[in-house]
Design a protein. Sequence first.
Length: 462
Amino acid sequence: MVEPDPRRSIPRTDHLLALPEVEAARDRLGEAVIRAVIADAQSRARSGELPVAEVTPTVIAAVNDHGASSLTPVLNATGIIVHTNLGRAPLSPAAQQAIADAAGYVDVELDLESGKRSKRGVGAKQALLRACPAAEDALIVNNGAAALLLAVTALRGSGSALRGSDSSEQGNGTAAARPVTPDEIIVSRGELVEIGAGFRLPDLMVTTGMRLREVGTTNRTHLADYAAALTPATASLLKVHTSNFRLTGFTAEATLPQLRTLADDHDLPLIADLGSGLLTADPALPDEPDIDTALRAGADVVIVSGDKLLGGPQAGILLGSTAAIERIATHPLARAVRTDKLTLAALEATIAGRGNPVHDALHIDLDRLRERTETLAETVGGSVVAHDGRVGGGGAPGVPLPGWALEMPEALAAPLRAGDPAVVARVHQGVCLIDLRCVPEAADDAVAAAIRTASDCLGEGA
Ligand SMILES: *Cc1c(COP(=O)(O)O)cnc(C)c1O
């Protein structure tokens, strides 16, 4: 007699849908995800990959483990602190709590005492101003690119209005002296940055209908180059931090104080896009510009991202003079790049709180990092090697952050990524490097367990 094909007894969809665990997960995951999980288990059983008896437990485990979003939390073992592909800055516990607290109804634009409407984002703004005394005012928008777009658009040709020598509000500060609409942004050829994934700051700025007036050469730009490019159409002077590459050798650039003089002489706004977002100078990154210094050096507005070295949520932060920020905040485009309550909450908590994971990873105790790496090697094998971490994602380009990593076979990287928790290591020159710099110490055991599981996977595959 022929054995009945066990695949004919694969649990049916309606049976699996009715399981109490599946029923309970329905509100969280939704019908489509639940059905996809079931179909996947059934199909793996049909192909023989999954024993029929495992279908029900597999479905139950899958719905229990399935996050409500498809984003999978990752342990970042690359040694790259601000990793754009991994969501840039990991938030501090305080910032995470602030997001949870702000998730429901919240007084983001209401004064609870008077019952009247209040200004959005006041708390985050005040935290920024406390941290950057050189700034008179601040505005928070969706991201750094939006902040740049908004600043060049709103400040075009507003020089004298920013310094109070013109009483006309909005509009063209020196309309009488300027027969043409100022629409040229003067920027150095050495600072035309592509920020990633094919996005280029120059392309972004011309989408506003403005024109870029490139000055200098790739390696050298002098104040005289800016001066020679001035015309009645000049809208602003822009200085961009070359945040993801380094220009070395025979180089020259005009400094912010030099550009300030030129801007003053010609009634032009001076905008500084710093990208990375140090609030104040950090001795660990001596070449990285900081907001405080840039403002004191004379920028009308400084732009930084919230989720780079600042260690906060995705945001674009504009800091500067009262007049400049007022002009920017009231431009119609500002509403289109407005930031949400969750970001405001997380940013305020990040700035007000002490320390955050980005700061901790940057200033990690190297002896402790080595000890942790050695402990990992004792548990799972592999060898401890010197390994440089990086700031990554638009900060301190080319600056090595000396440290340690566990060196393992390259083949381990893929099963580590596919594991639970997912561990993303660095694959470099034929090996897999596991750098604990950006891994919370409390997760070291989880990394060890993940490596064991991944090694077992490889063993089975071999
Ligand atoms: C990162 C960066 C930007 C873009 O900021 P986002 O927050 O990613 O939009 C703009 N300018 C510079 C110099 C940068 O480094």
